[in-house]
Design a protein around this ligand. Sequence first.
Ligand SMILES: Nc1ncnc2c1ncn2[C@@H]1O[C@H](COP(=O)(O)OP(=O)(O)OP(=O)(O)O)[C@@H](O)[C@H]1O
Ligand code: SF4
Ligand SMILES: [Mg+2]
Length: 342
Amino acid sequence: MSQQNGQKKPVLEVRGLKVYYETPKGDVLAVDGIDFDLYQGETLGLVGESGCGKSTAAMGILQLTVPPGRIAGGTVLLNGESLLGLSDEKLRQFRWVKLALIPQGAMNSLNPTMRVSDQIKDVIIAHEGRQANKDIKARVLELLSTVGLPARVYDMYPHELSGGMKQRACIAMAIALNPTVIVADESTSALDVVVQRVVAQTMLKVKEKLGVSMIMIGHDMGLMAQMVDRIAVMYAGKIVEISPVRAMFSEPKHPYSQLLIESVPSLKERKPLKITEGITHDPRNPPPGCIFQLRCPFVMDVCRQIAPPMQEVKPGQQVACHLYEKQQDGSFIDVRDVVGNT
Ligand SMILES: Nc1ncnc2c1ncn2[C@@H]1O[C@H](COP(=O)(O)OP(=O)(O)OP(=O)(O)O)[C@@H](O)[C@H]1O
Ligand code: SF4
Ligand SMILES: [Mg+2]
């Protein structure tokens, strides 16, 4: 794996993470060996179609996988310390303090019977112990202000807030203990487009203010383009490409990334919408070789036999695809560009 962002050390290192779900017909290989680094202050977007394993990966990274799911392999290091195998008590200390999750549908997970401020206070008190009322109130008010919520929200219950306000309250909770890494799973998906942008802006501001590193999971490539530094594309439990955001949009390398980028609607050029099938194989029984072979327009014999390794085909651009062949001088060619090979 390459050193991104100069020589910065990663805050989070995920290696070979596998998360499987046990079912009567065999294990669903929901996350099947993913590798990536997250750097200080970086936002990494994790994209891919529904069911490709994004939320499962998020829960696995935070060690929140519950049966029928299980972590079937791999390591997760936070600032060099392994999260796998930590005691429940140690993990509890890690969560919120070092690694916070804004789960998918977070706003619906707020307790309807408690004031928003009390729910934020609970997070603080659970980790830091009781403190003077005026101190904790000042902290909660500061948090609400950081996420752009007015002070009156302090006394409100979740049902009194709009969707966007609830989502911002969840962000306030996630940043309450100044975590090193925030994983935000579809934090804007359930909101209308305008509110989505407002919440996204809030997240950007929070990130800049706190210098936190973030994994942002989502479908909206337009929003990703504005929010993230790099994009990891996931397909059927594997990461197939990781590229800086500009390169991902200007020259995506993996055929699946190319399909995703081509599907982004453009006002400048009206083109027919690309409708593509979803994941075509049984997630309990993936084919040998490349995971994308059943949908890939460029499939070759080798793709049906050998799983393509992740290779850095251009500085910062890593892709798992046999179309890229390493040359003697270390550079890569795309075999589609070779004369006689179409
Ligand atoms: N409890 C479960 N039991 C069996 N299979 C499961 C379970 N939960 C998830 N899966 C399967 O794991 C795979 C990954 O699901 P996951 O929720 O991680 O996808 P996702 O990428 O987050 O999708 P979405 O974009 O819809 O949120 C899917 O094939 C899903 O059907
Ligand atoms: S390895 Fe082969 S099947 Fe897989 S994406 Fe590349 S060309 Fe397509
Ligand atoms: Mg999900």
